[in-house]
Design a protein around this ligand. Structure first.
Ligand SMILES: [Cu+2]
Length: 479
């Protein structure tokens, strides 16, 4: 028979070591893992936000009223070949509306499509009821029905609009337009142009491939086309004079394609991202324009460039450059407008916030055997309309981590909010600008910081439209 008490008496040191080890183990279990994260007072980041952009807008009283109809239309991208697409006001791209900051926009919208639709105004901080998310901020607009969208944008900049119902089909077929909110305090350029960059997947005969949300699109980075257009044209041309200073606003309205921009030898400088001015201008070459993103660049045409062409291209896929458009320099030279690039000096740096434990983590992932075509894209293992809710406090600095568990791209877009990237893969990043859409690369972790100013139920989704349609969306409540 064993006698435990005699074991302890005979081996006091060994017993002590075993008991001590047990105590250490228990403590190691009980104490939460806090070593890697630093407790930081977040009020300093809220204070640093200060008035980087305004909570409210003073209305000018001017109302711009527009009629807008979505309808089926006949399109042609290859000469002599027609196909059925969708269009706003019978034009692809849709209208470009320009208003002045403080003005109100009123859109009398009618749906003449054979299916439901809504309009989302990407990047514009609208009242929640105007945000166009079906089942969340409004009911889908039925065929033949009308809806009035009315709001006063709070921020100057380049914004775009598109359907938020069956968007992978409706946007691809041609439904998109642009809203420019001008700030009279910003300097005047020789030309101020918009380039809506899209890609289309055509069949061999030049008609549109009408297979949407295919298994291939869903499993990869959405629907990438085989024909790139700018403002509906292949190799768009912009005629410029030597010495002119151009504000070129590019919007990526593609379903899935990312463009890595190359501005030839133009020395193009970024002055705004996703609508908002940057804190200082920087080299535009290499910027990754993901679906949803906008970029405003400041280009000075050299005085001695008469007769030259400058090619603006995409180099996202190594070794395969795509021409987006060409600036053709013609005519007599003009004197170059002389001003410092417009900027927003109030953008907070939020240095150190990347060391905080994120307030919320969204794992970006996929589940097979679920949803359309047997694949669902998920946020925290939930596919919309099922989702992991998040409530953010209005007026307070908070952080969100996007943790990409997949080998695909996910440009994450928050409705109604601007945010700043704080870190990528744990390394601090100091982008001198806010965004509304951030490209999360394969297996990458991106942490963003924001101070929500607009209450409501806001969509949080991947802007690869096939991924969003297959579930990669949640709702964030700001209160
Ligand atoms: Cu995605």
């Amino acid at each position: 028979m064993k006698d435990n008490s005699s074991f302890i008496k005979r081996n006091p040191i060994l017993t002590g070591l075993i008991l001590g080890g047990l105590v250490v183990l228990i403590f190691w279990w009980l104490i939460p893992e806090k070593e890697n994260t630093v407790s930081i007072d977040r009020s300093q980041f809220t204070q640093a936000f200060d008035s980087a952009y305004a909570a409210d807008i003073e209305e000018s009283g001017t109302i711009h009223e527009f009629e807008l109809t979505a309808d089926e239309t006949t399109l042609s991208l290859v000469e002599g070949i027609e196909f059925e697409g969708f269009a706003y006001n019978n034009q692809v791209p849709g209208p470009i509306w320009r208003i002045v900051k403080g003005d109100t926009i009123k859109i009398n919208f009618t749906n003449e499509l054979p299916q439901e639709t809504t309009i989302h105004f990407h990047g514009i901080r609208v009242p929640n009821a105007m945000d166009g998310v079906p089942g969340v901020t409004q009911d889908p607009i039925q065929p033949g029905d009308s809806f009035i969208y009315e709001f006063t944008p709070k921020d100057a900049g380049t914004y775009w609009f598109h359907p938020h119902v069956r968007s992978s089909e409706q946007v691809e077929k041609g439904l998109y337009g642009v809203i420019i909110v001008e700030d009279p305090e910003e300097p005047e350029y020789s030309q101020d142009e918009v380039w809506m960059v899209d890609d289309w997947r055509l069949n061999r005969d030049g008609t549109l491939d009408t297979r949407f949300n295919t298994g291939h699109d869903l499993m990869h980075d959405g629907r990438w086309g085989n024909l790139i257009t700018v403002n509906g044209e292949m190799e768009e041309e912009l005629i410029v004079k030597p010495g002119e200073r151009i504000r070129l606003r590019l919007a990526n309205v593609s379903n899935g394609r990312v463009y890595e921009l190359d501005f030839d030898s133009l020395g193009a400088q970024v002055i705004a991202i996703d609508g908002m001015l940057t804190s200082s201008a920087f080299d535009a070459n290499g910027f990754e324009l993901a679906p949803g993103n906008r970029i405003d660049v400041d280009i000075i045409i050299p005085q001695d460039a008469a007769g030259q062409n400058f090619t603006i291209s995409d180099k996202f896929i190594l070794g395969r450059a795509n021409t987006l458009g060409v600036l053709k320099v013609e005519g007599e030279s003009v004197s170059t407008p002389n001003f410092a690039p417009p900027n927003n000096p109030n953008i907070p740096n939020w240095n150190g916030a990347e060391n905080m434990e994120p307030d919320k983590t969204f794992d970006l992932n996929a589940i097979t055997g679920m949803g359309m075509m047997g694949l669902a894209w998920t946020l925290n293992n939930k596919a919309y309309p099922d989702y992991d809710p998040l409530t953010l406090k209005e007026g307070e600095f908070q952080t969100i981590e996007f943790n990409n568990k997949t080998a695909r791209l996910h440009p994450m877009h928050l409705h109604g909010q601007f945010f700043k990237v704080l870190s990528r893969n744990g390394k601090a990043v100091d982008e001198p600008y806010f965004r509304d859409t951030v490209l999360v690369h394969a297996s990458e972790t991106v942490v963003v910081g924001l101070v929500p100013l607009d209450e409501g139920e806001w969509a949080n989704h991947c802007h690869i439209l096939e991924h969003a349609e297959a579930g990669m969306m949640s709702i964030i409540t700001v209160e």
